[in-house]
Design a protein around this ligand. Structure first.
Ligand code: DAT
Ligand code: MG
Length: 140
């Protein structure tokens, strides 16, 4: 498996509780390298575009409102098998189903306010990275 990149967001429930460092420690301990990172406030349009795949789901409005409710930290993570590795580090979407030691088990508040986003495939990772970072902001 080659070195891959994946896209990560530390969501508003995580920044609000000052968990950026705690979550980054779990990311780095798993062998993933943070090769780009910035703290931003998403616009409603950015959040709607980012989660467009979920626009027909009943929770879409709530999800967008949550993502713009406070600052987020957007990141590019790099490493062997980074996409699946980060999904493992994150844990299941619903924190009550997440494995011990995962970010969501340790920190998520609920299925909606679940602390982190990670891309689900290399193809979506590339699209998501390009939505938030230009090439010269990523330093591998
Ligand atoms: P993941 O973030 O694990 O990739 P997803 O892509 O299925 O999960 O959903 C995107 C986000 O939408 C998820 O992180 C939180 C929210 N969400 C998903 N299912 C939900 C539900 N049943 N109720 C409320 N929010 C939900
Ligand atoms: Mg997803």
């Amino acid at each position: 498996m080659a070195v891959q990149r994946t896209f990560s967001i530390l969501k508003p429930d995580a920044t609000e509780r000052n968990l950026t460092g705690a979550i980054n420690a779990l990311i780095e301990k798993a062998g993933l390298r943070i090769v780009a990172q910035k703290r931003i406030r998403m616009t409603r349009e950015q959040a709607e575009t980012f989660y467009a795949v979920h626009k027909e789901r009943p929770f879409f409005g709530e999800l967008v409102d949550f993502m713009i409710s406070g600052p987020v930290v957007v990141q590019v993570l790099e490493g062997e098998n980074a996409v699946l590795k980060y999904r493992d580090v994150m844990g299941a979407t619903d924190p009550s189903k997440a494995a011990d030691g995962t970010i969501r088990k340790l920190h998520a508040k609920s299925i909606g306010e679940n602390s982190v986003h990670g891309s689900d495939a290399p193809e979506t990772a590339a699209i998501e990275i390009a939505q938030f970072f230009s090439g010269n902001e990523i330093v591998g």
